[in-house]
Write a new protein. Structure first.
Length: 579
């Protein structure tokens, strides 16, 4: 009944959660739709508005330069040419105004987001054309009026000069007549005053001529003064100003386009989605490049290792740590669970017979039970000469067990993993003169005669490509006599390598020192490229040689793969030192 109620409660809760989610989606539908339309409007319109504004600015600069050049060419033109250009400007302004009246913003808005910026830009260009022509026309009209005034003033100056010349002529004739009369009077003396004499008649004729010339001289002088007064009354022409474009009036033409951009930018500034898009958009090419590099560079490196370095390593000589007579195969006690081939030497638990005069070092989490007649002390490190290896392989703070009752016989100690249910333990006997290369990660304990601790040797292999490809530059070998207690996931197997055997590198725990060890390329290529298969397998060969491995590679177990780069780097460093 309780199980039925639990199922019913879970079903109600799941459907209620789904119902609430549907309500939230429907309630936010209008908001999502409005935000989406806003984003689409911004995406469609804002870039087009900015582009149109830049195009209008460029068009304005180009047309301004053209109008300035045109006006400079007409600065010294005659009245007729100025009148022709003014009439042309009037016709162009009239036609541009007719075209401007045909623009329909309603049809542009219906056409789409890109049409409004185009229409605004087209309207701005027409208004710029109209405004520039109006400014040019106003300057040309002022220029024509100045030309007319200059023509009238020049005519007045010419007439004044004519009057002056006429006055000079009359005045010269008057002075000549006066001189001539004075000369006759001086030469004739009294005769010039006697009636009916020739000098008298000449003097009288000159008097009449002088009188006429005086009247003409006075008239010419009055005409000169009158013309001078008329010329002074004419307006003084100021210096001709250069043609300048009224930039403020032109800037006001593009105001609707700028206002539209400001509104769109303000709308974009309030939209979080648009801000996120603006922040991400410049990074998209670089991100795509990094993504391609993320996939292609590792693939290229894997191809290089697979097709070049791995075959090259396979052709290199194998690695041998000891002569055949020193590296006799290690042995294991026969167990009922060993299987038909006798290769599986591990079990969930093992009984270790600790004879009197022998010591046993074992990790506390693998020491399941022991008799009461043994002495248990703590050993800080497995080996002080290899302190880093001991710490990294969890071989520290070990239990040191010693059988002190020499007459009671061997003490049976049960060794088993108490923390990991998949770990099994195996006992590996190394006889005197034998040596076995073992990875410390698989070692959990050791049994040896008191005072005759087995020797551990370091073997560096810096000159072989096998070591560099596997990133294991140092190997540790254990020399007998001793019994090594090793662990492995799902079991440990010890197999003969006389005929040559290949195994996954992740599963290898160790091998006899007389084995010929080398690496070969794992087949095929696609699993390695996908990362589901390692690049190299371990190969062992040699008469009387054997190798030790765990049935399930520990690194292949879920949660054992390192994703943190620092952890991967640390593991690679520990592996390089044989830890």
């Amino acid at each position: 009944m309780g199980h039925l109620l639990s199922i019913l409660f879970q079903s109600v809760r799941r459907n209620l959660t789904l119902f609430v989610a549907i309500l939230l989606v429907l309630a936010s539908g209008n908001w999502i739709r409005g935000e989406w339309k806003t984003i689409q409007g911004i995406v469609d319109e804002l870039p087009a508005l900015r582009s149109a504004h830049e195009a209008v600015g460029a068009y304005r600069a180009e047309m301004t330069q053209g109008v300035v050049r045109q006006v400079r060419q007409l600065s010294g033109a005659a009245t007729q040419r100025l009148d022709t250009r003014i009439r042309t400007l009037d016709d162009e302004i009239r036609q541009l105004q007719l075209d401007q009246d045909k623009v329909s913003f309603v049809s542009a808005a219906v056409a789409g987001g890109d049409a409004v910026p185009a229409v605004l830009a087209q309207t701005a260009r027409r208004n710029i054309d109209i405004e520039l022509r109006r400014q040019e026309r106003a300057y040309l009209l002022a220029l024509r009026a100045r030309v007319d005034a200059m023509v009238n003033r020049q005519a007045a100056f010419d007439k004044l000069e004519q009057i002056r010349l006429a006055h000079v002529t009359v005045y010269t004739a008057l002075q000549a007549a006066l001189k001539q009369r004075a000369a006759i009077q001086a030469n004739a003396g009294l005769r010039a005053s006697i009636f009916f004499t020739e000098p008298y008649r000449q003097v009288q004729a000159l008097e009449r001529q002088i009188q006429t010339l005086r009247i003409a001289n006075d008239g010419a002088h009055k005409a000169y003064l009158a013309q001078r007064a008329l010329l002074d009354q004419l307006p003084t022409l100021p210096a001709r100003a250069d043609f300048r474009i009224d930039e403020q009036r032109l800037a006001a033409i593009a105001a609707p386009l700028r206002e539209r951009i400001v509104r769109a930018e303000a709308l974009a500034a309030r939209n979080v989605v648009w801000q996120a898009w603006q922040a991400v958009q410049p990074l998209l090419p670089a991100a795509l490049g990094v993504l391609l590099g993320w996939w292609l560079v590792p693939a290229a490196i894997r191809a290089l290792f697979y097709f070049v370095l791995a075959p090259l390593a396979a052709r290199r000589p194998p690695v041998v740590f000891a002569a055949p007579e020193r590296g006799a195969p290690a042995s294991a006690p026969a167990e009922p669970h060993a299987g038909r081939d006798g290769a599986r030497i591990s079990a969930v638990s093992h009984k270790v017979a600790l004879a009197p005069g022998h010591d046993m070092l074992v990790r506390p989490d693998f020491c399941q039970s022991q008799p009461t007649g043994v002495r248990i002390t703590t050993k800080v490190l497995f080996d002080w000469h290899y302190w880093l290896t001991s710490i990294a392989a969890h071989l520290w703070m070990l239990n040191r067990i010693r059988n002190i009752e020499r007459t009671a016989g061997p003490a049976e100690i049960v060794v088993s993993s108490t923390v990991d249910a998949l770990d099994e333990v195996a006992l590996l006997h190394i006889q005197p003169g034998e040596a076995f290369v073992l990875q410390p990660r698989g070692l959990v304990g050791m049994v040896y005669e008191t005072g005759r601790r087995p020797r551990i040797r370091s073997h560096w292999r810096l000159g072989t490509l096998h070591a560099w490809l596997t990133l294991q530059l140092r190997y540790l070998s254990f020399e007998g006599p001793a019994t090594l207690i090793v662990k492995g996931c799902r079991g440990v197997r010890l197999e003969d390598a006389s005929s040559g055997r290949t195994i996954s590198q992740d599963a290898t725990l160790g091998f006899s020192a007389n084995a010929r060890y080398r690496t070969v390329r794992a087949e095929p290529f696609i699993p390695y490229l996908r990362g589901t298969q390692p690049l190299l397998h371990d190969t062992f060969a040699g008469d009387g040689a054997c190798y030790l491995y765990e049935e399930v590679p520990r690194n292949a177990r879920p949660g054992r793969r390192r994703d943190n780069p620092l952890e991967v780097l640390l593991d690679a460093g520990l592996k390089a030192f044989g830890i």
